[in-house]
Design a protein around this ligand. Structure first.
Ligand code: HEC
Length: 231
């Protein structure tokens, strides 16, 4: 099984050891269907798609969320496994079964999601469907600091720690460790921080593919606030 660097980083980000996916025994593949939604105000892609995957193997999908409205919105998307009996066999890596995005009018964001099918429980499961549902699609009225704080808790704290000191639970497991981020938060320009977050650094995954421009800005705003607050 080959893992991309990004996926390795995503696994670390999710606090999961790489030992999670042992090589699949030679057994029948599983068919996975994907289904999105379309409404006047939004569109989720793929609308429908089907994929055949080996048990125990990690597979990656890309969900595109398109804001078709004329407003900046917060979209909350829920992934659901159907039928329910199959849910236990499918493990979400990286971003969990629910995620939110802040989208500018007309913006499209592609969110990568990785899964694998647990071998032990999967024996009875031949086919299942991953359905994406837009749970809410509201005008965006949140303070960027609040958005940044939520995103930091979801995506960054595992490595960087609550106060950006590099002492998050996953960060401590990384071979080279994670440095104290706070000096950079006080000294470096927005442009440099945005680039690091967007493109990734070493084991840190690139977040540009998964977050909107407004969300990247919100993260920087929150990081600045942390830089000021932390002694
Ligand atoms: C898998 C662990 C991991 C995750 C998750 C992670 N980072 Fe990092 N990050 C690192 C490492 C390692 C570095 C390299 C520098 C260091 O050791 O501090 C780094 C560097 C950075 C830098 C550059 C610092 C500089 O000096 O230029 C910024 C900014 C940053 N991370 C922000 C974030 C934000 C924001 C998130 C969440 C959206 C995040 N990181 C998620 C591990 C991680």
């Amino acid at each position: 099984m080959r893992l991309s660097r990004r996926l390795r980083a995503a696994l670390l980000g999710a606090g999961l050891a790489l030992a999670v996916a042992p090589l699949a025994a030679a057994c029948a593949p599983v068919t996975v269907g994907f289904q999105g939604e379309v409404e006047a105000r939004w569109e989720l892609e793929p609308r429908t798609r089907s994929l055949s995957v080996a048990r125990g193997e990690i597979f990656e999908t890309l969900i595109r969320v398109h804001n078709r409205s004329a407003q900046e919105v917060v979209a909350m998307v829920v992934k659901e496994i159907r039928p329910e009996q199959a849910a236990g066999a499918v493990v979400h890596l990286g971003c969990g079964p629910t995620f939110t995005l802040v989208l500018k009018p007309g913006e499209v964001v592609a969110v990568p999601a990785a899964y694998f099918i647990a071998e032990d429980v999967a024996q009875q499961v031949e086919a299942f469907e991953i359905a994406y549902t837009v749970y809410s699609f509201e005008p965006h009225s949140l303070d960027p600091l609040q958005v940044g704080q939520r995103l930091y808790a979801e995506r960054c704290v595992s490595c960087h720690g609550l106060q950006a000191r590099g002492d998050g639970p996953t960060g401590r497991l990384l071979a080279g460790g994670v440095g104290d981020l706070t000096p950079a938060l006080r000294q470096k320009e927005d442009r440099i921080l945005l680039q690091a977050i967007g493109d990734g650094v070493g084991p840190m995954p690139a977040f540009a593919p998964a977050l909107s421009a407004a969300e990247l800005q919100a993260l920087v705003a929150y990081l600045r606030e942390l830089g000021r607050r932390v002694p």
